[in-house]
Structures are given as C-alpha cells and as structure tokens.
Design a binder for this molecule. Structure first.
Ligand code: PMP
Length: 393
C-alpha cells in the first residue's frame, strides 16, 4: 500500500517492541509508563459513574461540546485555580496526549523546528515528527533543561515552540528549578517563542511540593502568559483509562486546536467527562492524591536504595522527588556494561525489564541511559528486580 508520506518520518516505538517480551512468566517489569492499577479509586469512580448516569444521563450519554463538558471544565478550572493558574478558556482533551497532537496539528508545518528536552517523552517525539517537525534537543541535568543552552538553541534555530516537561519529566524524573522556570518565561518573552508545558506528573510529588508550574509563574513575567500552553492530565493520579486531559493556551491557539479536535474526535467521551466531574465534585481527590504520593514515594525510596546497594558505582542517578521514573546512566565502572540496549537483553534473560534510554533522545542518543519505573511493582518486587538487574550487568 502507498501510505502517506508523513509516515516516512516515524517508526513504531522501540518500547512497544520491548513490551512484546513482557508477557514472559515471572518477569518483573520496570518498563511500563503507567500507574499501578491497584491504586485506582474504584469505589470512588463507581460512585461517580453511577451519579453521572442517575443525575445527568442526558448529558453524559449525548454528544457534547468540543471544548468539553461544562461541569468538568468548571471542576478542572477550580483545580487549576488552586494551583495558581488562571484557567481561562481551558478545553478538555482525550488524554493530554491529544493536547500534544492538537498542538502538533495546529502549530507544525513540515520542516518547522521544535525544541524538546534531551531526553523527552517518546510519544511526543513521534507525534511532532508525524507533522514534519525537525526536533532540536536541549540538554538537561537534575534541575531540568539547562536554560543557558536553551537560550543559545532558541537564538540559533528560532523554533516554532519549545516543549518541556518541567516537573518530574518522563523519562528524566528531573524537576526544573524555580530559577530556571523564571528564566524560561523570560526567554519566551525575549524571543517571542511559544513554550508548551506538559505537566501530567506535577501532583505526584513525594515530599515537598515542586515549584509552581511555569504557567502559574507567568503572572510575574509581563507578556509571558500569551506565549504559554499548559497540558494537564488525570491519567497518572486517577486513571489513564478515563482519557481525561486538558489544555490551557492563548485564545487564538485554543480556537484552532478546538477546530482540529472537532475533525478528530468531535469531543472527549461525555460519559468519561461526567464521571470525572462527579469524582472531582465528590471531594475524594485530595485523599487519592495523598495515597498515590505515599505509595509511589515509598517505592521510589526502595528503588533508589536497591540501585545503590545492588549496582553501586556501575550506575549513576538522581533520586526523583516525584513522578514515576528513575533515569539512570551506566558508568561502565569496573568493566561493567555501559550499553543499556545490551543490558536490556541480558536483563530479560534474568526476568527483569526496563526501557533503554536511547529512543527518548530526538538527537544524539545516549546509549548508556535507561528508564526504570517504580510504579507498578511492590517493594519486594522492586528489590528482587533490581537485584536481578545487578546480576545482568
Ligand atoms: N505527557 C507525558 C510526559 C507523559 O508521560 C504522558 C503519559 N505517559 C502523557 C503526556 C500522556 O498522558 P495521557 O494522554 O494519558 O494524559
């Protein structure tokens, strides 16, 4: 078959290929990018969906507005206000993944340059490439994107926009410092560049809350708000199956994105939206957040301790303070492996899986890197899995 030429730039994700091996009996997987299904507040969601059907069946089962179901838009707007964000114009999307797709669709013409972090979310790389973007990779450290390097790249490439996951990034787990957040806003204004803040993990912190979102900080930097888009999601804290995400952006951009969404899925499932709205209204969210923060926090601690114990100086990493991931680098110390692709193969033999880091780089892949999720295995499995990893090295 003669497929559209836009597909020439993308290939199926290396991660998906790896997932085929995860069915092996006895395997401990640190490979997934999803939350633990045992953490879903099933009772709360049962109540919420019941209420959606008894109190508002007409709306919950009917076609709805492309911008989103009004009760959910109101609930999400209140949620964002509690986080210091002016949610004007917020639209509901089918997961934040759709928000990224709509941004690609509305902003990227073939050949346009987009700056992303190196490493960044794999599905974003693929989505933006599908629209013909030329991706430029900005280096990061434990404090997120290096803003001095970012400035040089913006000045040189004049990108269509900059895409960042500033809080507990996937895969990096890094948290952009307050100082750098402010710098990003200044860069937006100085170079009149759109900044996209993808924030599905910001509520998933383990100790102290992270600095306010870039969008919330835009109040302090005149002229920056018009240059920001912010994507949020209920996937990591409540349920990815609901497919509820949202986007806040300048009105002109939101209008175009809404138009594109109309051609794409008309609207996000009204039943899912009504359920999510009822859930947020029920007041259970703070309890749910406290629970996921505690459990994932313990798992992250356990994984950090196990990595230090079992892999020692063969690996370097920064302990994440939130999110779902450890981002680690093989050092090659004492003749141990420094290639994560090779380690992934050996690890599967030892019945433990993780994702090699190279595919997360839009440019200049670092083959020594790897991503380990601590979300879906309990502490005992984490300890056993990391031990197996140490044996595979
Ligand atoms: N952005 C990032 C950084 C992610 O890690 C994910 C999920 N893995 C998404 C967006 C998409 O999430 P969802 O569509 O479920 O909201």
């Amino acid at each position: 078959m003669q497929f559209a030429s836009r597909l020439d730039n993308v290939e199926t994700s290396a991660i998906r290929e790896l997932f085929k091996l995860l069915g092996k009996p006895g395997i401990i997987s640190f490979a997934g990018g999803f939350p633990d299904s045992a953490m879903f507040d099933v009772e709360g969601l049962k109540d919420a969906s019941q209420k959606a059907l008894t109190e508002e069946a007409g709306g919950a089962l009917q076609y709805g507005a492309t911008e989103g179901y009004e009760p959910l838009r109101n609930q999400l707007s209140s949620f964002m206000k509690t986080k210091g964000v002016d949610p004007s114009g917020l639209i509901v999307t089918t997961g934040s993944q759709q928000a990224l797709d709509l941004l690609g669709k509305t902003m990227i013409s073939p050949g346009d340059k987009v700056i992303v972090e190196g490493p960044t979310f794999l599905a974003t790389i693929q989505c933006f490439r599908l629209y013909g973007a030329q991706l430029i990779s900005a280096p990061i450290d434990a404090n997120g994107v290096k803003t001095d390097e970012l400035e040089k790249l913006i000045a040189e490439h004049k990108p269509k926009f900059v895409y960042l996951i500033p809080t507990f990034g996937n895969p990096s787990g890094a948290m952009l410092s307050l100082e750098r957040r402010k710098k990003v806003l200044e860069l937006a204004v100085k170079y009149q560049t759109l900044i996209v803040e993808d924030d599905p993990y910001g509520d998933l912190y383990f100790g102290e809350a992270p600095p306010p979102s870039i969008m919330s900080l835009s109040k302090d930097v005149p002229g920056s708000r018009e240059l920001l888009a912010h994507c949020g999601s209920l996937s990591k804290v409540l349920s990815p199956g609901l497919r509820i995400g949202w986007m806040i952006a300048p009105p002109e951009l939101l209008a175009k994105a809404t138009m594109c969404k109309q051609f794409s899925d008309a609207h996000t499932s009204t039943f899912a939206q009504a359920t999510a709205a009822q859930y947020l209204k029920s007041g259970r969210m703070p309890g749910t957040l406290a629970h996921v923060r505690e459990v994932y926090g313990q798992r992250a601690q356990a994984m950090g301790a196990a990595l230090t114990r079992e892999l020692g100086d063969a690996v370097s990493f920064t302990q994440p303070n939130g999110g779902l991931f450890f981002w680690a680098r093989l050092t090659g110390a004492n003749g141990k492996l420094a290639d994560a692709n090779e380690l992934a193969k050996r690890a599967i033999e030892k019945l433990v899986a993780f994702v090699p880091g190279a595919p997360f780089f839009a440019e200049k892949p670092d083959v020594a890197t790897l991503r380990l999720s601590f979300a879906t295995a309990d502490i005992e499995k984490i300890e056993e899995g990391v031990k197996r990893l140490g044996q595979a090295l």
